[in-house]
Design a protein around this ligand. Structure first.
Ligand code: FES
Length: 87
């Protein structure tokens, strides 16, 4: 479950940042100053989605890989399945 939450939150964060970046580049290259200002304003509103998504991704990421047996700490490599460790 943590893995899915982490992946979903990370995916949402990535898409929001990608949207910020592409909308900024397109508006600054091809549109008026007013449109650029509007895009910047919407990016600010987008922080309402981005900040919680990154917090959830960070929190769920920290919750994963806690068994101590992973060979790629702090990340989970699936070794916990062999040891029977449960969180
Ligand atoms: S939680 Fe430690 S290997 Fe998966």
């Amino acid at each position: 479950m943590k893995t899915r939450i982490h992946a979903l939150a990370g995916g949402v964060g990535f898409l929001v940042i990608l949207t910020f970046w592409t909308s900024t580049v397109i508006s600054e290259l091809f549109t008026s100053y007013e449109t650029v200002a509007a895009v910047k304003q919407w990016i600010l509103y987008g922080m309402i989605i981005l900040i919680p998504a990154l917090a959830i991704a960070g929190g769920s990421g920290m919750a994963m890989g806690r068994c101590g047996a992973s060979k790629i700490k702090p990340y989970c490599d699936g070794t916990h399945h062999e040891s029977g460790w449960k969180d």
